[in-house]
Design a protein around this ligand. Structure first.
Ligand code: CTP
Length: 394
């Protein structure tokens, strides 16, 4: 896949820059032709000499020297893929702004090749709204995002922000050259995570959904080339790469965001939507009065997002729901398929450790029959479901 491919590596400032040397070796072992641009920050962590030795090419680090030798336009045109790894928070901000005050910035503006960024930074910097907004903007412009991984950092801290490992980065680069995905040109809508229904300004009703399965489905749809809108309740996991994320809190907000995202060819409702909300949210914090009885909360029914999408005037051609059951899984799933009017139900038994866990054991229930899938990681369930969606070719 990578033999003879011309790949430009842009190395910006992060302690993880050393991993790019390993990446460069992997890419060269597959026959890729490399060039590298070292930013001022990147040069603090790897030397121009080691990068040149491992890429087998002269490394550019100066806009004006590059102008004399090859020029940022020629470098941008030479590249069949541009990989920014590690991509620091500052580099992502510069890219989002379209700044061209150094060689990397000029090349990134001038290239028409696919661009992949592999962020690396402290978890707080990764989670900062400014970085989230920059990533969302870049993804919306078609920049692919690999990682970051979650785990221990250089400082005594752990969380999302680690540069993806060289082998995973090599695979993400190879994917840039893969044939366009099976769902290219399709719009997929995915709901994920729990909803939170307020009781008063400080209290709410929620559930244990982690959003892992829904987020994995959004990532797998995007990996097949679909344009994905992910409408998610509050979750503690990172946004999937290459997906537009709409954050909501309540079921009613989730429904409004889903309707605003239509039309879509595919809808996957994986969110654990609260069935009920408190009928009247208190405007002020409920206080306990000494000696008084505990309050009784009157509940109201929430809209059913899956059922609404299934009967919508702009109904997606394929509507898929989930059924989280603790008993009589198939019976309830079949009943839900009819009652909600969707096409498929992914039924899972949540009586064990599924909710919030890494694995899932599901049945795919359609009007044609039931398939039992073996227990597997949620990412594999997502890939298998997306393969089925692509085969259905809506
Ligand atoms: N769902 C939805 N909107 C709701 C409730 C559920 O879109 N207000 C969707 C979920 O995203 C899921 C499916 O409906 O795809 C099934 O949800 P589940 O909670 O299993 O079923 P319920 O309809 O809530 O039925 P029950 O609580 O009786 O199991």
């Amino acid at each position: 896949m990578l033999r003879g491919r011309r790949i430009l590596l842009i190395v910006s400032g992060s302690v993880a820059a050393y991993k790019v040397l390993i990446l460069a070796r992997l890419l060269r072992a597959e026959g890729a032709e490399l060039r590298a641009v070292l930013t001022a920050g990147g040069a603090r962590f790897v030397t121009k000499e080691s990068l040149a030795a491992i890429t087998g090419a002269a490394v550019q680090d100066d806009l004006w020297a590059a102008e004399a030798e090859i020029g940022h336009i020629r470098l941008a045109r030479w590249a069949e893929a541009v990989v920014v790894a590690p991509a620091s928070a500052n580099r992502l901000a510069q890219m989002a702004q379209g700044l061209a005050d150094d060689l990397a910035g000029c090349v990134l503006l001038a290239t028409r090749a696919p661009v992949l960024v592999a962020p690396a930074m402290n978890p707080a910097m990764w989670e900062h709204p400014a970085t989230r907004a920059n990533i969302a903007l870049l993804a919306a412009r078609g920049v692919r995002v690999a990682g970051p991984d979650d785990g221990p950092m250089a400082e005594p801290e752990s969380g999302p922000g680690r540069l993806v490992e060289p082998e995973a980065l090599r695979a993400a680069i190879a994917a840039l050259f893969a044939p366009r995905g099976l769902l290219a040109g399709r719009h997929a809508l995915v709901t994920s995570g729990p909803t939170q229904e307020p009781i008063d300004p400080v209290r709410y009703i929620a559930n244990r959904s982690s959003g892992r399965q829904g987020h994995a489905i959004a990532a797998a749809l995007a990996a097949e080339g679909a344009r994905v809108t992910l409408v998610t309740g509050p979750v503690a996991i990172p946004d999937p790469p290459g997906v537009s994320v709409v954050r909501v809190t309540t079921a009613r907000e989730m429904l409004a965001a889903c309707e605003a995202a239509l039309p879509a060819e595919i809808a996957v409702c994986a969110a654990a939507v609260a069935d009920w909300r408190v009928a009247e949210e208190a405007g002020q914090k409920l206080k306990k009065t000494p000696g008084a009885a505990a309050p009784t909360l009157a509940m109201a029914l929430n809209p059913d997002i899956l059922a609404t999408l299934s009967r919508h005037a702009r109904r997606p051609r394929l509507v898929i729901g989930f059924a989280a059951e603790t008993e009589h899984v198939l019976e309830h799933a079949r009943e839900k398929l009819e009652r909600k009017g969707c096409d498929w139900i992914v039924a899972n038994d949540v009586s064990g450790d599924v909710m919030g866990g890494e694995e899932n054991a599901v049945h795919l229930v359609t009007r044609q029959g039931v398939e039992q899938w073996p227990r597997m990681p949620k990412a594999r369930v997502a890939e298998q479901l997306v393969a089925r969606i692509a085969a259905f070719a809506p």
